[in-house]
Design a binder for this molecule. Structure first.
Ligand code: FO1
Length: 304
């Protein structure tokens, strides 16, 4: 089965890794959010893209989910000592990625081409694509005014109250080369358990109408997110955070929805939306869990 997976950061990367364990390289393309990207320390940081790449390459930090395993922090410690901005923790190994990417971007290379070369260097067989080669910037509207995404997420630890989102540049951004083709040739599009507001919505805006069956895996389990502020965002936007809220979020495009056993009670309401359901254990605590959930989601998608 050929899959185009849409992914944001840590949760998305985990399911993408599960899918990569099961599908041959030609059958999986992961399309990754770049709305979290930003320029920092003169470099170009693509947190979600790097999280997905490091995870599929087996290089990711197992504790944080982002950044590199066995990392050292000499550069950022020295930047801090010099009075520079150290709130965004860039490890020494990770820095090499940002320095080399910034160098190539300055030369005029496209982000998708650079990502392809990096994936080759990291021995990743599956295709990982940024959603677009053009910059898109997620802006979080809060009770304290507008904040650039990483300012909100890392610097302010998601504390300000969210009132909405804007994706600067999205109206001019074309899908990166390969994105449309991956969706067109896929048997199903799988929305990974990423933040619907800030990880998946930017990708959906870029790719436009999807004429394939779409299956989503809920990032909300029993009203909470494993990682990240999705549940907090729903609550602040006046929606009770739940798997049902996620199904509603994607209702216009979903054929199938995977929710956790803990959310069994929402199955009838999701079905009322004309969306088929699979209720299973969606927590991914280890590499085996990722493959198990991917297997269940693939079988479910195949059955629709
Ligand atoms: N997240 C944090 O909470 N604190 C950090 O200092 C931080 C640094 C960082 C460096 C590289 C990278 O690729 C990701 C990093 N992240 C950090 C994660 C990132 O901000 C978020 O995971 C995503 O943007 C949300 O999907």
């Amino acid at each position: 089965m050929k899959i185009a997976a849409l992914a944001g950061g840590v949760g998305g990367a985990k399911l993408a890794h599960g899918l990569a364990q099961l599908l041959p390289p030609e059958d999986l393309t992961v399309i990754v959010n770049t709305g979290d990207d930003f320029e920092h320390l003169g470099l170009y940081i693509c947190p979600d893209l790097d999280t997905v790449c490091y995870t599929l390459a087996g290089l990711a930090n197992p504790e944080t989910g982002w950044g590199r395993a066995d990392e050292t922090w000499n550069a950022i410690s020295n930047i801090e000592r010099l009075g520079g901005p150290a709130w965004f923790r860039l490890g020494d190994n990770d820095l090499a990625t940002h320095i080399e990417r910034a160098r190539r971007l300055k030369e005029g290379q496209m982000l998708s081409q650079i990502t392809r070369d990096f994936c080759k260097a990291w021995n990743i067989g599956h295709t990982i694509l940024p959603m677009s080669d053009s910059p898109v910037r997620t802006i979080v509207n809060t009770d304290e005014g507008e904040l650039a995404f990483q300012e909100y997420f890392v610097r302010r630890r998601c504390e300000p109250r969210v009132t909405g989102f804007r994706f600067d540049g999205v109206e001019f951004a074309e899908p990166a080369p390969g994105v449309k083709e991956a969706i067109q040739s896929a048997d199903a599009v799988m929305i990974c358990p990423s933040n619907p507001w800030v990880s998946v919505d930017p990708i959906l805006k870029i790719v436009g109408a999807i004429e394939k069956k779409v299956v989503a895996v809920s990032p909300i389990i029993a009203g909470r997110t494993v990682k990240g502020p999705a549940a907090k965002m729903y609550a602040e936007l006046g929606v009770e955070p739940s798997a049902l809220a996620v199904a509603n979020h994607y209702r216009s495009i979903l054929r199938g929805f995977v929710l956790d056993n803990a959310d069994l009670k929402y199955e009838p309401q999701v079905k009322e939306l004309n969306i088929m359901t699979l209720t299973t254990d969606t927590l991914m605590n280890d590499v085996e869990d990722r493959a198990r959930l991917a297997r269940a989601a693939l079988d479910f998608a195949g059955s629709l």
